[in-house]
Write a protein that binds this ligand. Sequence first.
Ligand code: FES
Length: 99
Amino acid sequence: MKYHLTFEPEKKTVEVEKGTTILEAAMNNNIVMRHYCGGNLQCTTYRVIIRNGKENLSPMAEKEKAALQGKAYLNYRLSCQAKIYGDVTVFVATSSLLD
Ligand code: FES
């Protein structure tokens, strides 16, 4: 089953397989993001804000919550940790994009 993931502010929507991380979906669709540690929760470089579909993401583990340093309540997620299980819209800060 495929779901829709929309990246704001560009409003680019891509189709993703169930269980794909936001980072994997970005990389598979030529949206090149910072991800220095390879998803090991060491760099927290690619944060996104969940605009819609928060309930369609994998639950946040304690390690991710700790890595976000108190920003979890602001709907931040680490793209390398959040897996997609339904339609989701995320806002990507330009600081998360590679130049
Ligand atoms: S890629 Fe480093 S924490 Fe996600």
